[in-house]
Ligand binder design. Structure first.
Ligand code: BTN
Length: 328
């Protein structure tokens, strides 16, 4: 259950002040019991709300809700592209897919972007879920059309990783790195993930959905669902605004996607290597049932992983590849 009343309550709570159940009920024309159910729905979406008798409900920490005007104001280059902010949807990638299938983006320039405060079915790579509590992180998807078809997209997801690392570094976050193909790391733990999906086939133009999840301030009650070491921006201690981070990441992403469309991935190889956490290290590559060990040598001009195996450097591609540091 998430409707206009839930939305109104969320806005009231965001200030971090106490909100009385009675006043919330009166303002929304519903009973106090109904307010209790909306509060429960917000808790289930990941908000840390507590109540004190006689005072009402309060968030454990104030929450900066996403806002289109604030995201646009934060962009370092003003972009005349549609930005949508949703409160709760299944997945921002699905939202873009639905727009594509309805033909709603047929006449739009590339770059339409949706953010959501929460996702109920956030998707990660290799069929994993992406934990997406309300207000805790950034979940965004951008639509891009490639007129030359799928062949023009190799290396694209790596460029998205570069865009996120560069934008966050410019905001003052140190010690960021990239793990092939496109995980963003902070001090050796995952800070952001990228899911690039394709609509359309063959050599005709194709629609690409570029999804990114960036951990901003993960509440403790969701972290048990994350199956790998994780990091969030909050731990860096810079108290950055979510809207500001969103605007900076989006404008840098759009800039790099425009460059990528003209030059392809070869123009980004050096930038990738500057942030590659694994270059020169002994690694293990898991491709389905197959395991390959070697020394990571960076990436090639198509975005493939270069691995030196038995003194020969080979490229590896594909969604099933995972990269693991060997313990020694
Ligand atoms: C990964 O497994 O590392 C990829 C995670 C991608 C998560 C983002 S959040 C926004 C967009 N919508 C989704 O359902 N997934 C991506």
């Amino acid at each position: 259950m998430f409707n206009q009343v839930t939305q109104n309550i969320l806005r009231e709570l965001a200030s971090g002040e106490f909100c009385s159940g009675e006043q919330l009920g009166e303002a929304n024309g519903v009973s106090r019991a109904a307010i209790g159910k909306h509060i429960q729905a917000l808790v289930q979406l990941g908000l840390d709300i507590y109540s004190v008798t006689g005072k009402g409900y309060r968030l454990s920490l104030p929450l900066e809700l996403l806002d289109v005007a604030a995201i646009k104001a934060a962009q370092d280059v003003a972009l005349p592209l549609p930005i949508v902010v949703e409160s709760v949807i299944d997945s921002t990638n699905n939202w873009i897919k639905q727009q594509i299938s309805r033909g709603a983006l047929n006449h739009s320039p590339s770059g339409t972007t949706v953010f959501s405060e929460a996702q109920t079915a956030g998707r990660g790579r290799r069929g994993k879920q992406w934990v997406s509590p309300l207000g805790a992180s950034l979940y965004l998807s951008t639509h891009w059309r490639f007129e030359q078809g799928i062949s023009a997209t190799s290396g694209l997801s790596l460029v998205v990783g570069i865009a996120i690392v560069e934008a966050l570094t410019k905001l003052g976050i140190p010690n960021l790195g990239l793990k092939w193909p496109n995980d963003v790391y902070y001090q050796g733990r995952k800070l952001a993930g990228i899911l690039v999906e394709l609509e359309g086939q063959g050599s005709d133009s194709c629609d690409i959905i570029i999804g990114a999840g960036i951990n901003v301030h993960l509440p403790e009650n969701v972290t048990q669902d994350i199956d790998q070491p994780y990091a969030d921006i909050n731990e860096v201690g810079l108290s950055l605004s979510r809207n500001h981070i969103a605007g900076r990441i989006l404008s840098h992403l759009i800039k790099l996607l425009n460059e990528f469309e003209v030059s392809g991935f070869s123009a980004f190889v050096e930038r990738w290597h500057q942030h590659d956490c694994f270059i020169g290290q002994h690694v293990q590559l898991q491709m389905g049932q197959r395991q390959i060990t070697g020394v990571a040598k960076g990436v090639d001009t198509q975005g493939g992983l270069l691995l030196e195996v038995d003194q020969q450097v080979q490229s590896f591609f594909g969604g099933e590849i995972s990269l693991r540091k060997l313990s020694s």
